[in-house]
Design a protein around this ligand. Structure first.
Ligand code: DAT
Ligand code: MG
Length: 166
């Protein structure tokens, strides 16, 4: 190879997509009612996570129960299901690098009093039972939760240019 020739730095599409991870994020009913949808989505967009699925939904008790099945039987479970069905939510599938960890960090601690300023809960929420966003907490949770909200066809395939360098 001559000195002027370089190795291609752009990896094959399949290889690049293997570096990406998808997660479920929900904007809960109180945040929709308070008009925070745009601000919350903007934060994830600004961080570089791609919106690959989005829908406005009214959950019923069955769907909310499916999402929070791991919490069934906890003292706050019934209240949580009533809260999640009290009005429309926005469901999103976000994609990026280490998306699950990044989205959870951006959301802040479950209890808003413990959430750092600069996080979504730390900036917009006061109560644990009205903590305005949900995010899958592990790859296993994302794999369980995403199909509750999105079929494969409802999630698009992006090819943002930053993935060329992954
Ligand atoms: P997270 O939403 O941060 O993943 P989690 O999975 O432990 O938190 O709990 C799910 C939701 O249940 C949480 O967002 C709000 C509600 N919740 C949790 N602990 C609670 C409590 N002690 N009192 C009232 N609601 C609670
Ligand atoms: Mg959780």
């Amino acid at each position: 190879m001559s000195a002027t020739q370089t190795q291609p730095i752009i990896k094959a599409r399949e290889q690049r997509f293997n570096a990406l991870q998808r997660t479920l994020v929900l904007i809960k009913p109180d945040a929709v009612q308070r008009g925070l949808v745009g601000q919350i989505i903007s934060r994830f967009e600004a961080r570089g996570l791609s919106l690959v699925g989005v829908k406005l939904m009214q959950l019923d008790a069955q769907l909310a129960g499916k999402l929070y099945e791991p919490h069934f039987g906890r003292p706050f479970y019934d209240g949580l299901v009533s809260y999640m069905t009290s009005g429309p939510i926005v469901a999103m599938c976000l994609e990026g690098v280490d998306t699950i960890t990044v989205a959870r960090k951006m959301m802040g601690a479950t209890k808003p009093a413990e959430a750092e300023p600069g996080t979504i809960r730390g900036d917009f929420a006061q109560r644990v039972d009205f903590n305005i966003v949900h995010g899958s907490d592990s790859p296993e949770s994302a794999a369980r939760e995403l199909p509750i909200f999105f079929s494969q066809e409802e999630m698009v395939n992006h090819d943002p240019s930053y993935t060329y360098f992954l």
